[in-house]
Design a protein around this ligand. Structure first.
Ligand SMILES: NC(=O)c1ccc[n+]([C@@H]2O[C@H](COP(=O)([O-])OP(=O)(O)OC[C@H]3O[C@@H](n4cnc5c(N)ncnc54)[C@H](O)[C@@H]3O)[C@@H](O)[C@H]2O)c1
Length: 260
């Protein structure tokens, strides 16, 4: 059994591939010799342009992860082109950015129920649909990696966010659920040799205000936010056969944010 950390030649499906973290991951995976199957809701023109601008030589499929028939169509196309997949990274999510002004003053008390359900559908139901649609394309040794967040483990400290921005409960609630579905699927699919793990990431630097970065950093034992390129190491390890006995695990990469 190969225990070196290599993903050379692996077929890696990555959802939300054209977002902030997705592009960074796509580039890193391609650089490590993987065939990256990029899935995102963006139009093919925009999706491909973003991947090209990020120097990520991936094959793009437009797909809304909340749309089961679109997922089946994508699965058929992936099967035709790649025969199967070795790794699935569930990265797509609705993640309101503090730097965009976020949720425009919407608070827990007045959160529109349609908005709550729509976001839950992307962040949780989307993962369920992607997993069960792409599972038939996987064989023994395949690895599923679910991208979670510190806010699936602890509540956000709203005091570090700018006035008027509230990090929504639906984000953390959906990410907590991602941790549970990770364990559920690890136990369900372990008998077929498919591994399922989750990564709890802390906040990444992404043009937030210096005041926010300072407040966030003060809450972090390593004293800083993560750089996007720091996401790939753990993803590559969990995707590789070097992690062949790891399943149902929740790996935390947060600079120590949840350690105190
Ligand atoms: N950015 C951070 O600081 C941070 C921290 C911890 C965890 N995370 C997690 O990392 C992942 C990526 O976050 P990000 O910051 O890159 O977000 P992002 O908003 O930049 O990217 C998300 C991507 O998902 C796509 N997407 C959204 N809805 C979709 C749908 N229905 N179907 C298909 N694609 C869809 C978007 O088009 C976008 O390209 C998320 O799971 C997020 O929760 C991010």
């Amino acid at each position: 059994m190969n225990q070196t950390i290599s993903i050379r030649g692996k077929r890696v499906a990555l959802t939300g591939a054209c977002g902030f973290l997705g592009l960074s991951l796509a580039r890193a995976l391609v650089n490590e010799g993987a065939s990256v199957i990029a899935l995102d809701i963006l139009s093919p023109t925009e999706g491909k342009a973003r991947l090209a601008a990020a120097n990520a030589d991936a094959t793009y499929f437009q797909c809304d992860i909340t749309d089961e028939s679109a997922l089946h169509e994508a699965a058929d196309q992936i099967k035709e082109k790649f025969t199967g997949i070795d790794v699935l990274i569930n990265n797509a999510a609705f993640n309101p950015r503090v730097e965009d002004g976020g949720n425009n003053g919407i608070t827990f008390e007045n959160y529109p129920i349609e908005k709550w359900e729509k976001e839950l559908r992307v962040n949780l139901t989307g993962i369920m649909l992607v997993c069960r649609t792409l599972y038939p394309l996987m064989g023994s040794g395949a690895s599923i990696i679910n991208i979670a967040s510190i806010y699936g483990v602890v509540a956000p400290d709203q005091r570090i966010y700018p006035a008027g921005f509230e990090k929504p409960a639906v984000y953390g609630a959906s990410k907590a659920a991602v941790l549970n579905i990770t364990k559920y699927l690890a136990t369900l699919w372990g008998k077929n040799g498919v591994r399922v793990n989750a990564i709890v990431f802390g906040g990444f630097e992404n043009d937030q205000s210096p005041e926010f970065v300072k407040r966030y950093s003060e809450k972090t034992p390593l004293g800083r936010m993560a750089k996007p390129e720091e996401a790939s190491g753990i993803v590559i390890f969990l995707a590789s056969d070097a992690s062949s006995y790891a399943t149902g695990s929740i790996v935390t990469v947060d600079g120590g944010f949840t350690a105190w």
